[in-house]
Design a protein around this ligand. Structure first.
Ligand code: ADP
Length: 445
């Protein structure tokens, strides 16, 4: 039948030369960010605060000492190399550590210190002498839960009386067991079973409930419901905390069902700009010509490190091969790689072990490799309808204002269609993209 034929085509496209599918990629992207991040992102924006009770004074702290943490925890924080609270932590921590506990919804991009903040809150609130679960933390996937668990272990290093357990599918407990660990971290389905069906956890004794990565969470069918069902088992005075990197309407609606009477903290992502970027395009007729233009570029200007973006896995693989044959040290980032493998590739590139990183769109989304001075769009970014993807263009080559070094962006054009895309991108940003003659490259140095 024609329906069956249609399905065939779809499947074929997905596995071969279709732009990579990012539908289920949110959790992977988030994990990747965690794996490669080893410090805070820069953000010069102001934190926006909406208090549940606007008349109560707003405290913010500039040091961890001001929080009067348990000495073991202060040691743990300093042991992680933190000197002072991050922007979001300055306001979030006093709220989370207040007595009586306050509820919080916090939104800021990944890398701003949310996880460290709620881990500190959980560790501060547990009573190590009580041998039963007091804090629950739900994450969208097993891998993300593990990452948070690692932070708990690091920060709680000097506090061995507190222990944690993972409520994840593979973790089978005997019937009738009562957990002794103070902190339980896991995925919504298993957590719900452990509180409800199996009664490993007495939800009435929970004092802190954390829901992490709310935006990733609601992308998975069923997680929203399960989370709400867990939340309903908890006592009224349990502290509810919810975190998200983005805040669409759907996330907001969900957040309000999870967190009653919340304080709200938002930190806007820093705007990216093309102001400090020199943009060029190179006119070619084919993939091979684009490759030759690229070689000419390498032959004539000094490129410390470059990122090269391709539309498909196939092109990325081909280009990486060709460049290696030319003697370049090339790293390839591609969608079929495991997240851990991808993180390793990015790490090597950041350490300078490879000078060229060839990648597809989806793979590199949300990754900041700050030292990259040259970005090459081997294919221009387009959405699934073939229209210019301005947002991706900006994200690939844009820099955030204050910290942005000057950069160079080179766009490869190989058809009327891609010329049209380029023109539309140029119009969209009202920033001229100059033509570059790769046989005469004096002008760009
Ligand atoms: P998020 O949860 O918002 O993605 P994280 O809490 O994971 O952010 O923090 C991002 C990175 O910054 C981590 O490597 C973390 O160890 C580090 N970090 C967090 N808070 C601080 C701080 N106050 N000072 C220095 N580094 C920090």
């Amino acid at each position: 039948s024609s329906a069956a034929a249609k399905t065939d085509v779809k499947v074929q496209n997905k596995g071969t030369d279709e732009e990579e599918n990012d539908k289920d990629d949110k959790a992977a992207q988030s994990l990747l960010n965690k794996l490669i991040r080893n410090n805070l992102v820069n953000n010069t924006n102001q934190v926006e605060v909406l208090q549940k009770d606007p008349n109560s004074p707003l405290y913010s702290v500039k040091s961890f000492e001001e929080l009067r943490l348990k000495p073991q925890l202060l040691e743990g924080v300093y042991g992680m190399g933190f000197n002072r609270p991050s922007k979001i932590q300055e306001t979030a921590l006093p709220m989370m550590l207040a007595e009586p506990p306050q509820n919080l919804i916090a939104q800021s991009q990944s890398g701003t210190g949310k996880t460290a903040a709620f881990v500190l809150a959980m560790l501060s609130h547990v009573d190590p002498n009580k041998r039963y679960p007091q804090c629950l933390c739900v994450s969208p996937t097993y891998e993300l839960a593990l990452q948070t668990g690692k932070v708990i272990e690091q920060m709680g290093k000097q506090y061995p009386e507190v222990s944690l357990v993972y409520a994840i599918r593979g973790n089978k407990l005997e019937r009738g067991v009562k957990l002794q660990e103070q902190i339980v971290i896991g995925t919504p389905g298993t957590m719900l079973d452990w509180c409800g069906k199996f009664k490993f956890i007495d939800p009435k004794k929970i004092r802190v409930f954390v829901l992490d990565e709310a935006d990733v969470m609601i992308a998975t069918q069923g997680h929203q419901d399960q989370s709400i069902r867990i939340q309903r088992m908890l006592p009224k005075n349990c502290q509810m905390l919810l975190f998200s990197a983005t805040f669409e309407e759907t996330v907001w609606n969900f957040a309000q069902r999870i967190v009653p009477e919340p304080n709200i903290i938002k930190l806007k992502r820093e705007e990216e700009t093309l102001d400090t970027i020199k943009q060029y395009y190179v006119l070619c007729n084919s993939r091979e010509e684009k490759f030759h233009a690229l070689c000419n570029l390498y032959g004539s200007i000094t490129i410390a490190q470059a990122m090269i973006f391709c539309h498909t896995r196939k092109t990325a693989g081909w280009l990486a091969g060709e460049l290696s044959r030319e003697g370049h040290q090339v790293a390839l980032l591609s969608g079929e790689m495991q997240v851990e493998q991808r993180a390793a590739v990015i790490d090597r590139f950041r350490e300078g072990k490879e000078k060229v990183l060839v990648t597809t769109n989806v793979c590199a989304r949300g990754i900041d490799v700050e030292q990259v001075s040259v970005v090459i769009n081997f294919d221009l970014p387009v959405d699934k309808d073939g229209n210019p993807d301005n947002e991706t263009y900006l994200h690939r080559i844009g820099r955030t204002g204050r910290f942005g070094k000057r950069g160079l962006a080179i766009n490869m054009v190989d058809s009327k269609m891609s010329m049209n895309i380029l023109n539309r991108i140029q119009e969209h940003f009202s920033k001229r993209i100059e033509k570059l003659d790769t046989d005469d490259l004096d002008e760009i140095e």
